[in-house]
Design a protein around this ligand. Structure first.
Ligand code: MG
Length: 168
């Protein structure tokens, strides 16, 4: 979005998250269950993508971060579906007068391949964010077998989001 003198209007937000991968947990990414023998260790469902997305939105509108809104010491968030948290964050976002323009997401995990899951994630996220699937980009990368992510001990996500004010 540009104003009349060509300056970019609106806000940007950026979020990051990491989770340890362990047996006996489900692997949920972008609201979609991934078929894999390891899952994300977390108080919630451990959805690394949605947690990074939530922090991108919250920081982009000048709000407190995910841990401040949804403390992992609060029993009511134990095992919670992170899409529920994202819905609550969208209410906060809309109440502050912002809407999402687009999101750019990078997920880093050594395996499994996410390509087949990405279209489903995009539909899910588009519904939650009230934008088109074409305004959501998801890159899935490996860590080239390097470090904790490269050894399937952890999963990381980065998210950038563009937001516009709908009201003054
Ligand atoms: Mg997290």
């Amino acid at each position: 979005m540009f104003d009349t003198i060509g300056q970019i209007e609106g806000n940007i937000g950026f979020g990051y998250d990491i989770h340890q991968l362990v047996p006996t947990r489900k692997l949920i990414i972008g609201g979609v269950e991934i078929d894999y023998h390891l899952g994300a260790l977390a108080h919630s469902d451990g959805d690394v993508l949605i947690h990074a997305l939530i922090d991108a939105i919250l920081t982009g509108i000048g709000s407190l971060d995910i841990g401040s809104h949804f403390p992992d010491t609060d029993k009511k968030y134990a095992g919670i579906d992170s899409t529920i948290l994202l819905s609550e964050v969208m209410t906060i976002c809309n109440d502050k007068g912002y809407k999402i323009n687009n999101v750019s997401i990078t997920v880093i995990l050594e395996e499994p391949k996410l390509q087949d899951y990405i279209p489903v994630m995009k539909v899910k996220l588009a519904n939650l964010l009230k934008i088109k699937t074409s305004d959501i980009g998801i890159a899935a990368k490996t860590n080239e077998k390097l470090g904790l992510v490269g050894n399937s001990k952890a999963i990381i996500a980065f998210v950038a989001v563009s937001l516009n004010k709908t009201t003054d």
